[in-house]
Design a protein around this ligand. Structure first.
Ligand code: MG
Length: 334
């Protein structure tokens, strides 16, 4: 089938700069893709690469789209450069390759807590709002201080609450070991990316820590695209996979492999707009395995709220996902 093709580059300021290891991230750069079928129906997709992940930029995707002209067909996938995973994802969405039917009506969402003591104030408020899974950024202050705070944090939460500790690769092996041993008898759901993916011996360290401690480890920064998922599956990774569907070129293929391996998956946002969030959340709602709380508690995110995904309550319902109108977002870029 031949589609009439168009793309739009966007730059959308965040309400507040997003802090990352590489510095403050002020605005989301990405692309919208539109593919119109011969019958006039339109499909949409968003390419939302993560800067600093070292894979692709919005400009790379824009440059490639400019080579395509105003018509595309299924052959286009053979021409997309291998590193442009999020662009491939956008083309695939626009050309109708969507997630299967939903298997869930409603999924829980993890509350995002700020680093440091601010978490102690926010966590009980989020618990009051109904959240029971909490994600706390660690590796920002001194490990001894943060470990002492962990017990205060747990003490302020209702029974049955669980905490995800996200180190964003900040720890060395020794610190990671201390945290994993301290987490063992506490309600820690998992420890996310204890050591940096590029650090010396990182893969062996992650596998070794998984074998040595009972608390599961989640890979986030270690997974930058389809190939990384395959590598960790081949290595028999026993922990969680943090999956940002917007960063995968072949979402259905990768999720199919993860499901077959009965892998534990946490679906997570790429800080994309509503268009990409709809596709990513549909992948989460179609996931056949047990689901852990979604890493999609990120909105409101943009200065222009029209581009936000579903508001961040303790649950996201499939109706909230279906309500997003990609055509309205495409038009809003004018
Ligand atoms: Mg993370």
């Amino acid at each position: 089938m031949e589609y009439s093709f168009a793309h739009r580059r966007y730059s959308l300021p965040f309400r507040m700069p997003v802090r990352t290891a590489a510095g403050d991230w002020e605005s989301r750069e990405g692309l919208y893709i539109r593919a119109v079928r011969p019958d006039g129906s339109a499909g949409y997709g968003e390419a939302a690469p993560i800067p600093g992940a070292g894979t692709e930029s919005a400009d790379d995707g824009d440059a490639f789209c400019r080579t395509l002209g105003d018509r595309v067909d299924g052959q286009v996938f053979a021409r997309v450069p291998a590193n442009l995973c999020s662009l491939r994802n956008a083309l695939s969405c626009a050309m109708g390759n969507a997630a299967g039917p939903p298997r869930h009506r409603s999924l829980g969402v993890a509350a995002l807590l700020p680093a440091g003591r601010a978490a102690l104030v926010q966590a009980p408020q989020r618990a009051e709002a109904g959240f029971r899974v909490f994600k706390w950024k660690v590796g920002v202050g001194h490990a001894d201080d943060e470990m002492a705070m962990l017990d205060d944090l747990i003490g302020g939460l209702p029974g049955g609450s669980r905490i995800r500790l996200d180190a964003n690769g900040a720890w060395n092996l020794r610190t990671a070991e201390r945290w994993l041993s301290c987490s063992a008898d506490r309600p820690v759901e998992f420890v996310e990316q204890p050591v940096a993916p590029g650090s010396r011996g990182a893969s062996d360290h992650l596998l070794g820590l998984s074998a040595d401690y009972p608390v599961p480890i989640a890979l986030d920064e270690s997974i930058r695209g389809d190939a990384d998922v395959g590598r960790w599956l081949d290595a028999g990774w026993p922990g969680y996979f943090v999956i940002k569907p917007a960063q995968l070129g072949d979402v259905q293929g990768v999720l199919g492999r993860l499901a077959k391996a009965r892998a534990r998956v946490v679906f997570s946002s790429s800080l994309e707009t509503g268009m990409g969030a709809q596709a990513a959340l549909r992948a989460a709602f179609a996931w056949p395995g047990p689901t852990s709380a979604l890493g999609f508690g990120v909105w409101p995110l943009f200065q222009d709220p029209a581009f936000d995904g579903p508001a961040s309550g303790p649950f996201i319902r499939i109706e909230d996902v279906d309500r997003i109108d990609p055509e309205a977002l495409w038009n809003a870029l004018n």
